[in-house]
Structures are given as C-alpha cells and as structure tokens.
Design a protein around this ligand. Structure first.
Ligand SMILES: NC(=O)c1ccc[n+]([C@@H]2O[C@H](COP(=O)([O-])OP(=O)(O)OC[C@H]3O[C@@H](n4cnc5c(N)ncnc54)[C@H](OP(=O)(O)O)[C@@H]3O)[C@@H](O)[C@H]2O)c1
Length: 325
C-alpha cells in the first residue's frame, strides 16, 4: 500500500551495535515481477555485523568501502534473508500467491531487517514446508547456502575425510550436517563447550581448538574448510592429503593470494532458489536441523548485533516480528 510506513532496522553509519535504530520507513511496493513478504523472522548474522562495523579482512578495506559505501553504508537496511507470508504479488508474478509461507534471500541487496520486504519471483524464494516454522526455515539459510556452495565447488565426495574449522557457528553447524549427509567422515573443530552439539550434528571426531592444534596432530584430510579465518592455506597445507582441497570461507588479502593457484576455493556465496529448495527439502525430511543460538524480538535488534559481535554464537541468531492479524 503506497504512502504507509513500516518499521525497519536502519543503520546510517558504521559502528557498534548501537548505531542500528528501529525507524519508520516507506512501505515497500512490489514491482511487476516481485512479491511482498510480511516478515515473521529474519537473521542477524556475521555478514550483517561485518557490514555494520565495516569489519573486513585485512587488505580488503578499500575495495569493500568502495562496494559497501565509502563513509556510511550504501544500503542502510541490512538483512540477507526473511521468512514470512506473501501479502501482495506484482502483476507478472505467476508462481506465488498471497497467503503462502515463504523463505527468501535478497543477497547483497539486503533489506530483510524490516517488517515488509520485496523479493523478485525469479530470485532465491521458496515455499516453507508445513512442518517447519518461520524461525527454523530462516535459520537454515545463511550457513546452509554457504556450506552447500563450498562443498559443491570443492567437490566433497562420499567417504572423503573433511575437517571443518569453526564448526559451531552458522556456517559450521550446517557444514557438519551437510558433509555428513554427503557421506563424508567429519572432523569438527570448535571449543570444548560445543563438542556435544557438533557430535550430535554428525561429527565423528571433535577437536577442541583450546587444547589441540589440528595442523600439528599429524592427521590428513581430503578437504579442509576454514570458517574462522585462523587456518589459512599456509597453515593447513600439511593437513591435506594428496589431491586435497582447501575451502577458504573467510580470509584476508594475503591469505587469499597465498591460496590462489592451489587447490583452493575462495569465493562469495551464490544464493539461488535451488539451494534454498535443497535446504528446505532436507529439513522437511529431518536430515538437516536448524541450530538457533537465540530468538530475539525485532525491537531487540541491537542485542542481536551484540550477540553476533561476541564471536561465539552457536548457529544462528534469529529475530522475530509480531504482526496484528
Ligand atoms: N565466503 C562467503 O560467502 C561467506 C559466507 C558466509 C560467512 N562467511 C564468513 O565465514 C565466517 C563464519 O561465519 P559464521 O556466520 O559461521 O560465523 P559465526 O556464526 O559468528 O561463528 C561463530 C563460531 O566461531 C567459532 N570460533 C570462535 N573462535 C574460534 C577459533 N579460534 N577456532 C575455531 N572456531 C572458532 C565459535 O565457536 P566456539 O564458540 O566453540 O568458540 C562460534 O561458534 C565469518 O567470518 C563470515 O564472515 C563467508
């Protein structure tokens, strides 16, 4: 409805969690090929916190500022993904109808930290299976799409040994489960406090990084995935078997240059409806389960950013919206 306002979490300068403010913004209106989603749940993830604080890997400050906004965020409403109900569809939309429950991503167009969100029908948007809540559906997406993307590019195969460093965060908890589902033998690296969790998700072996350095224990893997940024190629190459692949989910400029030309996958994640559909289907069959660190109501958006900034969330921080019927 044109002229109405809705609430959104707006961030008009780089800084600590407190720079995020809940404000009234114009109600988004779906274009011909878009749907309007009434948000029931979204996530605040490591990507949102990095954007807010302009916390980018060393050596990438200038290119990231050019992309994200030189002095302040170019896109002031963050949020990669949303789960909710379709309330309006554009004239050209054929696949969705008002009332349907969907989960969707706007990728780096962001804008999902708002009560209403437009999403292109041809983008990453799928229906939520009946046995999943909005919170569960949205919690699968950030880490799930990243893990799927890296395992596909890195060609993780059944019976291969994979080590996942940073196994208890949003990406790690999905990576452990997806690697297990693919038939790999999973070694998870996390703090001792999260050992039982990652075993429950399917890890055969757990290494507590506070007491053991996996790069010095003599074990070798077909695939090593670094979700934390402290295990660059230079450190892990001795842990790779012949033909082994390195999946660098995060790393600075120098780590990236050192890995280039090796059997390494270094990339941003492509989000599309195929990967969303895969995640929802696996969750519907209970093969994949969401791991939710905390559920916070939308007015506590600043607390959600604080939790992510702590660096020790377990899985995903989910933010929920209340709508009057
Ligand atoms: N390339 C891409 O497209 C892409 C996509 C998504 C994310 N990312 C990046 O990937 C990284 C991971 O994202 P995320 O959302 O999973 O982060 P996250 O949820 O914030 O990860 C938190 C986890 O990191 C673990 N951790 C902390 N210190 C560690 C250490 N020294 N060694 C191993 N693990 C440690 C923590 O485990 P404990 O509590 O057990 O310590 C915690 O569970 C972020 O840097 C993010 O920016 C990249």
């Amino acid at each position: 409805m044109v002229g109405r306002t809705v609430k959104a979490a707006v961030c008009e300068r780089y800084g600590p969690p407190e720079v995020v403010q809940i404000r009234a913004v114009p109600n988004p209106v779906p274009a011909d090929g878009e749907v309007l989603v009434e948000a029931f749940a979204t996530t605040v993830n490591s990507g949102d916190a990095r954007l807010r604080a302009l916390r980018v890997p060393r050596g990438l400050g200038l290119p990231m500022r050019l992309r994200l906004g030189l002095t302040k965020p170019r896109i002031p409403i963050f949020g990669f993904e949303v789960a909710g109900r379709v309330t309006e569809v554009g004239k050209a939309v054929t696949r969705f109808q008002p009332g349907e429950r969907v989960v969707a991503s706007r990728g780096f167009d962001l804008g999902c930290h708002a009560e209403y969100v437009t999403v292109a029908e041809g983008g990453a948007i799928v229906r939520i299976p009946e046995n999943l809540s909005h919170q569960d559906a949205v919690a699968l997406c950030f880490g799930g799409t990243t893990a799927l993307h890296f395992f596909r590019l890195g060609k993780l195969a059944p019976d291969e040994a994979v080590l996942i460093n940073g196994a208890s965060g949003a990406v790690g908890t999905m990576a452990v489960q997806l690697a297990k589902h693919l038939g790999a033998e999973v070694t998870a690296v996390c703090s001792g406090a999260n050992a039982a969790l990652v075993r429950g998700l399917g890890a055969e072996h757990v290494i507590d990084y506070t007491t053991e350095d996996f790069t010095r224990n003599g074990q070798r893997y077909d695939v090593v995935m670094d979700n934390h940024g402290n295990a660059p190629y230079g450190r892990v190459k001795g842990s790779l078997r012949p033909g082994g692949r390195f999946l660098m989910v995060i790393g600075n400029l120098w780590q990236t240059l050192a890995a280039a030309g090796q059997k390494a996958t270094i990339t941003g994640t492509a989000t599309n409806s195929d990967s969303y559909q895969t995640l929802m289907s696996l969750a519907e069959r209970r093969v994949l389960r969401p791991v939710i660190d905390s559920l916070l109501p939308f007015p506590q958006m600043v607390d959600a950013h604080r939790r992510v900034d702590g660096g020790h969330k377990v899985g995903c921080v989910v933010v929920t919206f209340q709508h009057s019927e």
